[in-house]
Every structure is written in structure tokens, then in C-alpha cells.
Ligand binder design. Structure first.
Ligand SMILES: [Zn+2]
Length: 306
């Protein structure tokens, strides 16, 4: 550079380039979760400091997900991994974590979140027994279906975010508070709308609603599955039909990933109605956040009453 102006331009450019490298934009924390519900909560608490990815989709049965190689790659680069825990993902999370070889997100690592920590669990059996194919051996794992438990999940994720990025603690704390406040406000609304279901007897396909049941005061009498994870048998369906007629039960709740035939057959024979609820964010295109999940289910339940 010969010209005088050139001599000025060059140092300026150099300074700009140097500045850019001296203070690089901080990388976002890479968060991977087993279920989209945990992803939504992580996104709400982590805000713009996180990049989130969920392995399962909202319309898959969370007990049975295909562990694809692309998930291993995601996990190998993750800073944080959140799992529902208990034995919900027993068939697919452990093999994925083993293959990802990322010590940070293994149990005991700074980035590992067992979202069930501090959740008051329901249906914890006195002894662990996989007999007859039971897949709820450590207690019922579908706890995210009580929105109040969402606050505990959020806190667990928050703790890990602060461990990984302590300088952002104030930011995450503000987001966590906003999440908690929103749950508290929404809970009032959902509880008011679910009032007609207080002590109302209903049937369910799979035993995945005890937390929802407890929160909103309904009463699930029996299940189409004879045991969690065991598909409905003719004798179980006959039993459910008898119980529905006996107790005047009119509603059977099911989930998008169960075949419709068994529930339809029971509804036909017992004079009831099938209500398909969402068990996860993304189960319906309208369910984009953890809050939407309950908006959707409460609306569906109210529709079922008509
Ligand atoms: Zn289950």
C-alpha cells in the first residue's frame, strides 16, 4: 500500500479484525434432550444462550424410539443432555449415550440432567420387577404431564445451565422466574377449566396420566393395556367395557401413537367417546411449547364432555 489513505485504511482494518477475534461471540450451549417437552423447557429457561435439539418427536411413543446415528453425532457435541429418567427411555437413551462417548453428558457429568430429580413420583413399586413386561418399574415416568412438575424440570435444567455457564446465572434466573410465573398463572386457568372433571371417572389406554389425574382431580379407573407396555388383550377390553357400563364411564383417553382400534371398540361397546390427548410438545402442529401442551389437552378434555 503506497498511498497515504491506504496506510490509514490498513491499520483500521487490522484493528477491526483484531477486535473481532479478541472478543468472539460466545458459543451457545448445545442442549440435547430425549423428549421435546424437555427441549421446550430448556429453550424457555436458556433463551438465546442455548441451541436446543430433541431426539424424540411429539407423536412417538416415548418408551420406544429408534436410536439413529445422527442422534449420536448430536450427543457427541452436546454440552447438556436432559433425560426424563426412571425407565422411560431405558431402551434407547443408554445405547445412544454409550455411543456418543461424551463424558460431559454422562451421569455425574456437569452437563447431565436427570429431569426427575426432586419430582414427587407416583406409583413407585415396593420392589423392582420387570415381570410380565412392565415398563414402569421405578415409578410412573410420565411426570411432565403435571404442569407443576414442569417447574421442577425447569429448575433441574437451570442448575445445569448455571454449572456450565456461571457468568450467565442472572440471565437464566430471570428466565426461570418468568417460566415459573407463567406456569402459576396458566395453572389457575387450566384448573378452572378442568373443574367439571373433578372426581369424574374415565378410562385410559396406557398408564401415562396419573400426574395429570392428580393435578386435575379426575379418576382413572382402568387401562386398555393390561400392564404398561403390554398391548390390550380381549379379556382386558371386556373387563374395561364391563367397568364402563357399571360406572357410567363415557370417556377413554388415549395417545396419538396407539392404534385406534381397541379404544374405538371399547367406545362402541360401552357407549363412550375416545379423546386423543397429546403427551408431548409437537404431537399436534399447534403444540409448539410446554404451555401449548396443556392448552391443547385441557381443550380436548372439555370437547370430550360435550
Ligand atoms: Zn409409560
Amino acid at each position: 500500500m503506497k498511498s497515504a489513505s491506504g496506510k490509514i485504511v490498513f491499520p483500521l482494518l487490522a484493528a477491526i479484525i483484531l477486535l473481532a477475534f479478541a472478543a468472539p461471540a460466545k458459543d451457545k450451549l448445545r442442549v440435547v434432550t430425549s423428549l421435546p417437552d424437555l427441549m421446550s423447557i430448556a429453550e424457555l429457561v436458556g433463551g438465546e444462550k442455548v441451541d436446543v435439539f430433541a431426539i424424540a418427536t411429539g407423536f412417538q411413543n416415548p418408551h420406544f424410539v429408534d436410536p439413529k446415528p445422527s442422534y449420536i453425532l448430536k450427543l457427541s457435541k452436546a454440552d447438556l443432555f436432559a433425560t426424563v429418567g426412571l425407565d422411560l427411555e431405558a431402551g434407547w437413551v443408554p445405547p445412544l449415550l454409550n455411543s456418543a462417548r461424551n463424558a460431559k453428558i454422562l451421569k455425574g457429568g456437569a452437563g447431565y440432567v436427570d429431569a426427575s430429580t426432586n419430582v414427587p413420583l407416583l406409583q413407585v413399586p415396593s420392589s423392582v420387577n420387570r415381570g410380565e413386561g412392565d415398563i414402569h418399574i421405578y415409578g410412573n415416568p410420565h411426570y411432565w404431564l403435571d404442569p407443576a412438575n414442569g417447574k421442577i424440570i425447569a429448575r433441574n435444567i437451570y442448575d445445569a445451565l448455571v454449572r456450565l455457564s456461571p457468568e450467565d446465572q442472572t440471565y437464566f434466573a430471570a428466565k426461570l422466574k418468568k417460566f415459573d410465573d407463567q406456569i402459576d398463572a396458566k395453572l389457575k386457568d387450566w384448573t378452572a377449566k378442568m373443574q367439571p372433571f373433578k372426581a369424574k371417572k374415565i378410562m385410559a389406554y396406557h398408564n401415562e396420566w396419573p400426574y395429570f389425574e392428580q393435578r386435575f382431580g379426575l379418576q382413572i379407573v382402568d387401562f386398555l393395556e393390561p400392564k404398561p407396555g403390554i398391548p390390550p388383550t380381549p379379556s382386558q377390553l371386556a373387563k374395561v367395557i364391563t367397568e364402563m357400563k357399571r360406572d357410567g364411564i363415557k370417556i377413554i383417553i388415549t395417545s396419538p401413537y396407539f392404534t385406534a382400534e381397541s379404544a374405538a371398540l371399547v367406545a362402541r361397546n360401552a357407549g363412550g367417546k375416545v379423546v386423543t390427548l397429546a403427551t408431548s410438545v409437537g404431537a399436534d402442529p399447534s403444540i409448539k411449547t410446554y404451555f401449548d401442551l396443556f392448552d391443547y389437552n385441557v381443550a380436548k378434555m372439555m370437547e370430550g364432555l360435550k
